[in-house]
Design a protein around this ligand. Structure first.
Ligand SMILES: [Zn+2]
Length: 222
């Protein structure tokens, strides 16, 4: 593990031969972590390193597990790192992830003033750093990040391709019990009748200067 804590300016021989070697080591760690979440989630993980090369935040995709549209690995790592750093600015930090950040995460990284973004596989459909759009050089971007892609690209791509292949081969996704339970509840809700009723109009008292009617056109009825 000691090599993980190399300083950006380290003179280690491996860094002279291949300046990306430290990112490759972290990427291997990230690939191992992302495999652990890959049973129910798209296998994506991220780590954030501070200016001394120490990991101050890490996250894995938890969108399904937490039913959270914001549960992307990069955002989870960012939240953890901001708590540890006690700061929302990350100019001297680097985030490493196995897939190019999506547009939501890329925007968040710009907002967080991330110093450097390192990723493995490109995402041509949703990538926000060159795959579909490059927000890091977009005119709306007030902060320019250094972006390095293609670290262990083939391994990263293969993991994600395999995950999608397995998903297609499965009839149903193996959701954790808590998620299936909620999903069943949703089915129960959707079987309820949604019946329109006459709008109930609530008005403010007559002496109100500007009475605004509020209508409630629908309600749930068993
Ligand atoms: Zn994302």
């Amino acid at each position: 593990m000691s090599n993980f804590y190399e300083n950006e300016n380290s003179n280690a021989t491996s860094n002279i031969l291949d300046p990306k070697s430290k990112y490759k080591r972290w990427m291997k760690f990230i690939l191992r972590r992302s495999k652990e979440v890959g049973k129910v989630e798209l296998p994506i993980s991220a780590v954030i390193l501070d200016n001394k090369g120490r990991c101050i935040g890490r996250g894995s995709n938890r969108r399904n597990k937490n039913s959270d549209p914001l549960g992307h690995a990069e955002l989870i790592a960012l939240k953890q790192a901001s708590l540890i750093k006690n700061d929302w600015r990350f100019n001297d930090c680097v985030i490493i992830t196995n897939l190019e950040p999506c547009t939501m995460c890329s925007s968040s990284l710009i907002q967080a003033r991330m110093g450097k973004v390192v990723y493995g596989a490109s995402d041509k459909k949703r990538g926000g750093l060159g795959g579909s759009i490059n927000l890091s050089i977009h005119k709306s971007s007030h902060h320019k990040m250094e972006v390095i892609g293609g670290i262990l690209e083939k391994e990263c791509e293969l993991d994600i391709k395999l995950w999608f292949k397995n998903l297609r081969n499965q009839k149903t996704v193996n959701l954790p019990n808590s998620v299936s339970k909620r999903f069943n509840n949703l089915l129960t809700l959707s079987s309820l009748e949604l019946k329109p009723i006459n709008p109930i109009r609530h008005t403010l008292p007559d002496n109100s200067p500007n009475p605004l009617p509020i209508s409630i056109p629908y309600f749930l009825r068993r």
